[in-house]
Ligand binder design. Structure first.
Ligand SMILES: Nc1ncnc2c1ncn2[C@@H]1O[C@H](COP(=O)(O)OP(=O)(O)OP(=O)(O)O)[C@@H](O)[C@H]1O
Ligand SMILES: [Mg+2]
Length: 335
C-alpha cells in the first residue's frame, strides 16, 4: 500500500548567515532521516520504535506530505512523492492518509469548538457536502471514539489529555482514511487511559480495515499493537521483522539492547541490563555503523564501513523478499 525508497530528510540548522560569516562557522545539517526503505501492507500495523531523536516524527511527517524529502521517494497507492516535482502529493493523499500527532495539547486549535475541529478537514475535502451531512459525520466520528454529544460544543481546554487524544482520533477518522499514521498517540496519557485509547484504535482497525503506521518508544505498547516492527537508530532503519521474530529473536544488537531494558514479570529480581550510553548527536554521527560506540560486538569494520540494510534468511528459503516473514537487518555482526 505504501512504499518508501531511500527516503532522506535533512534540516539546515546553521547559524544565521552573518553570524556564520563573522565567527567563521561551517554550515550544519541534521540528517533526521537517512536512506530509509520499507513497505506497509494493506490492513497491517507496522510499528516504528527507537529512542528519542532518532527521526520517527520526521519520517511520519514526510509520509503525511508535511515535509518534503531531501532524497528518495514515497509511493502511496500510485501517488508518488519525490524530492523534485510532485507538488500535489499532499492534496492527492488528502482524506486517504491521515495523521494523529504526538502532542494532544498542541495539535488542537484552542479557539475552535470540538465540532468545528472535527468538521474542518471534511469541509476542505468535501466542499459539496451539505451542512447536515457534515454534522452527521461529525456526530458519528465522535460516537466512534465515545465522546458524548455534549462535548461537541466545548473547547479543547475543557478536556483531559485522554479525551483530547480521542478528539484527535475523531478528527483523523472523520474523512474515513485508509491509512493512519499514529505518532506516539498515547505517550502523553496515563496507563489506564492509554489502554482505552489503544483498544479503541484496534477496534476501529477491525471495523474499517485501517492500515496503521504506529510510532512509539514504548515496547509494551508496540507488542500489543503491531504485526511487524521496524527499529530506527539515528535516522536509519536498522532492523525490520515480524513482531514475534523481533521480540523473541532480535538480530540487531541495538534491538537486543532495547528489549533487555523491558521489565519481565517472570524474571522479577533478575538484574536488567539498562540501555547503555547515549544517542550520539545527529549533527555529528559516528563513522561507519552509527551504533558502534555503544555496541558490545563492534569490531574494526563497524568503525569504518556503514552496514547495508539487507534481507537475512534464518531458515534458508523461508523469507522471500516482501513476504510476511522476511527479515531485514543492517549489521556486520548480527546476533
Ligand atoms: N524542523 C526541524 N528543524 C531542525 N531539526 C529538526 C526538525 N525536526 C526535527 N529535527 C531534528 O531531527 C532529529 C529527529 O527528530 P524527530 O522529532 O523526528 O525525533 P523522534 O524520533 O520523533 O523523537 P521523539 O521520540 O522524542 O519524538 C532530531 O535531532 C531533531 O533535533
Ligand atoms: Mg517524535
Amino acid at each position: 500500500m505504501l512504499g518508501l525508497k531511500d527516503l532522506s530528510c535533512t534540516f539546515d540548522v546553521s547559524a544565521p548567515f552573518l553570524t556564520r560569516l563573522i565567527s567563521r562557522l561551517p554550515k550544519q545539517e541534521v540528517k533526521a532521516v537517512s536512506g530509509v526503505s520499507f513497505g506497509v501492507r494493506r490492513g497491517e500495523t507496522l510499528a516504528l520504535v527507537g529512542e528519542s531523536g532518532c527521526g520517527k516524527s520526521t519520517l511520519a511527517r514526510l509520509l503525511a506530505g508535511l515535509y518534503k524529502p531531501t532524497a528518495g521517494s514515497i509511493d502511496f497507492e500510485g501517488f508518488v512523492e519525490k524530492s523534485s516535482g510532485s507538488p500535489d502529493f499532499e492534496r492527492d493523499i488528502a482524506g486517504r492518509l491521515n495523521m494523529i500527532f504526538q502532542d494532544p495539547y498542541a495539535s488542537l486549535n484552542p479557539r475552535m469548538r470540538i465540532a468545528d475541529i472535527i468538521a474542518e478537514p471534511l469541509e476542505t475535502l468535501h466542499p459539496d457536502w451539505t451542512k447536515e451531512a457534515v454534522e452527521k459525520r461529525v456526530r458519528e466520528s465522535a460516537e466512534l471514539v465515545r465522546l458524548p454529544e455534549s462535548a461537541l460544543a466545548k473547547f479543547p481546554h475543557q478536556f483531559s489529555g485522554g479525551q483530547r487524544q480521542r478528539i484527535s482520533i475523531a478528527r483523523a477518522l472523520a474523512a474515513r482514511p485508509e491509512f493512519l499514521i499514529c505518532d506516539e498517540p498515547t505517550s502523553a496519557l496515563d496507563v489506564s487511559v492509554q489502554a482505552q485509547v489503544l483498544n479503541l484504535m484496534k477496534e476501529l482497525q477491525l471495523e474499517f480495515g485501517i492500515t496503521y503506521l504506529f510510532i512509539s518508544h514504548n515496547l509494551a505498547v508496540v507488542h500489543h499493537m503491531s504485526d511487524r516492527v521496524g527499529v530506527m537508530y539515528l535516522g536509519k532503519l536498522v532492523e525490520l521483522a515480524s513482531r514475534d521474530d523481533l521480540f523473541r529473536n532480535p538480530k540487531h544488537p541495538y534491538s537486543r539492547m532495547l528489549l533487555d531494558a523491558i521489565p519481565h514479570l517472570k524474571e522479577t529480581g533478575k538484574a536488567r541490563t539498562p540501555v547503555q550510553g547515549e544517542v550520539p548527536s545527529p549533527l555529528n554521527p559516528p563513522s561507519g555503523c552509527a551504533f558502534h560506540p555503544r555496541c558490545p560486538r563492534a569490531t574494526e569494520i563497524c568503525r569504518t564501513t556503514p552496514p547495508q540494510f539487507k534481507g537475512i534468511d534464518i531458515v534458508p528459503g523461508s523469507a522471500a523478499p516482501g513476504s510476511e516473514t522476511a527479515r531485514y537487518c543492517a549489521c556486520h555482526h548480527p546476533l
